[in-house]
Design a protein around this ligand. Structure first.
Ligand code: AMP
Ligand code: MG
Length: 438
């Protein structure tokens, strides 16, 4: 049996003509579970943003490497703080010297001495508490402050409080964020081991599609999908192999698909996969690969093709994963976000949490929304903050699946779940925010 048929057979209530969004996600998670890239390379930290870690990073040092002060103030021995002091009790100490950040203070300390200390400076031995300077009264070499404003140990940072030597600082499969870059740098590491970038080939199909530079023609539209897909892939940190616009000719389609499978880990096409499609895209995919063609219970984005295209020169190698997206420009973006993005993140080698879609935001719908149970709908909407209450979301007026302008006005997609019915004005809804994805 084919791999695609195997996965389909294991899914409960699999119906290619009416597949739920959840079922598509479960299918793809199975299909891509063992398709992650394994080749690794080492990259300098400044080039590592968004890359996926190839191994755990174990800290070679403790961060911070020494106990230090969290404030500018005066370090002293917290044992001196009286247990049951009256509210107005104060402490008066002699200032024995100044500890600056970057070097150890090595002066001699008497029993009632304090050391003036700067943020980040090493705590002098025997001193464990820092009184911030704004509480202090300083006269000549004496400092006094109210006893009740702090407790023993306050304003001291411990060695290894951020990370202890030998502890795993970052996990294999982590996508390196700005905070992760800072963390790696704080360990003194100038480069990181990452997985090679995922290579994704894409092309558009359809005889009514024009390339940029072509003269306008009656009945034809410019190819916008390749550009949105390029943007979405670039945001993910994939290496994009642009195979252009492919005419509706079986030989050219086959040659392009085979080249894509040779050069890429994944292939994204748009157009030509709906049941009624008059072009040859479906047939060629079917001939070359192990394919499934679905009608997904969703709007926008009904038709979807998924499959594996073997590498003709190295059939024993992992086949390329093909995502045949619908032609309509908004359907392309929605199916990419709902299905392709999590699948590609897994193929990039992300661990489960890093590949998971961001959590949905709860917002109040400003208007009523028509919705029939039995399919998932994604409506373009704009979420704005409301002081002291849930954010409010306004859905765009024109939700047509070809209308890119309302995608531009939106900052998220209202997700109306499979079993959900109509929404009344003021009802709470879930929103998939674009931030970080688009
Ligand atoms: P299809 O899925 O091929 O039936 O296409 C559905 C709709 O999407 C048609 O109106 C196409 O003209 C449009 N479409 C298909 N491919 C593209 C593309 N690359 N750029 C813009 N629109 C497209
Ligand atoms: Mg078409």
């Amino acid at each position: 049996m084919s791999r695609i048929a195997d996965i389909a057979a294991a899914l409960p209530a699999y119906d290619a003509a009416d597949l739920s969004v959840d079922a598509v996600q479960a299918f793809l998670s199975e299909l891509t579970a063992s398709a992650a890239v394994t080749q690794r390379e080492s990259v300098p930290l400044f080039e590592a943003l968004g890359r996926v870690l190839a191994e755990d990073i174990v800290s070679p040092i403790s961060v911070p490497p020494h106990d230090n002060s969290a404030m500018d103030g005066y370090a002293f021995d917290g044992a001196m703080l009286p247990q049951d002091a009256p509210i107005d009790a104060s402490i008066c100490l002699r200032v024995a010297g100044t500890a600056l950040a970057g070097s150890a203070w090595r002066g001699a300390l008497g029993a009632h001495d304090a050391v003036r200390i700067m943020t980040g400076a090493m705590m002098p031995p025997g001193l464990d508490t820092v009184i911030p300077q704004e509480f202090c009264n300083v006269e000549d070499d004496r400092v006094s402050f109210p006893a009740k404003v702090l407790r023993r140990g306050d304003n001291r940072r411990f060695t290894g409080e951020d990370l202890m030597k030998g502890q795993a600082a970052l996990r294999r499969g982590e996508r390196l964020s700005p905070a992760a870059l800072g963390m790696v740098a704080s360990l003194g590491l100038a480069s990181v081991p990452v997985l090679r970038r995922l290579r994704v080939a894409c092309f558009s199909t359809g005889d009514e599609i024009l390339s940029l530079g072509d003269a306008p023609r009656e009945g034809a539209v410019y190819d916008s999908n390749r550009y949105t897909v390029f943007g979405l892939l670039a945001r993910l940190g994939c290496e994009v192999i642009d195979l252009g616009l492919v005419r509706d000719d079986p030989a050219t389609l086959a040659a392009t698909l085979q080249r894509a499978a040779r050069e890429a880990d994944a292939i994204i096409t748009s157009g030509g996969v709906s049941a009624g499609a008059a072009d040859h895209t479906r047939d060629v995919m079917q001939q070359l690969g192990d394919m499934a063609f679905w009608r997904v219970a969703m709007r926008p984005g009904r038709p979807l093709a998924v499959g594996l295209i073997p590498r003709d020169e190295a059939p024993s190698q992992q086949p390329a994963v093909l995502f045949g997206l619908p032609g309509n420009p908004v359907a392309v973006m929605v199916t990419f976000l709902a299905f392709v993005r999590p699948a590609l993140l897994r193929m990039m080698g992300c661990h489960e949490a890093a590949a998971a879609p961001p959590p949905l935001l709860r917002a109040r719908s400003a208007s009523a929304i028509r919705k029939k149970p039995g399919r998932t709908e994604y409506q373009r909407g704009f979420v704005k903050a409301v002081a002291g209450a849930l954010p409010e979301v306004c859905v765009a007026g024109n939700q047509g699946s070809g209308v890119l302008s309302s995608m531009l006005e939106a900052n998220g997609l209202v997700v109306l779940h499979h079993d959900q019915g109509p929404v009344a004005a003021g009802d709470e809804v879930d929103v998939m925010m674009f931030d970080g994805c688009i």
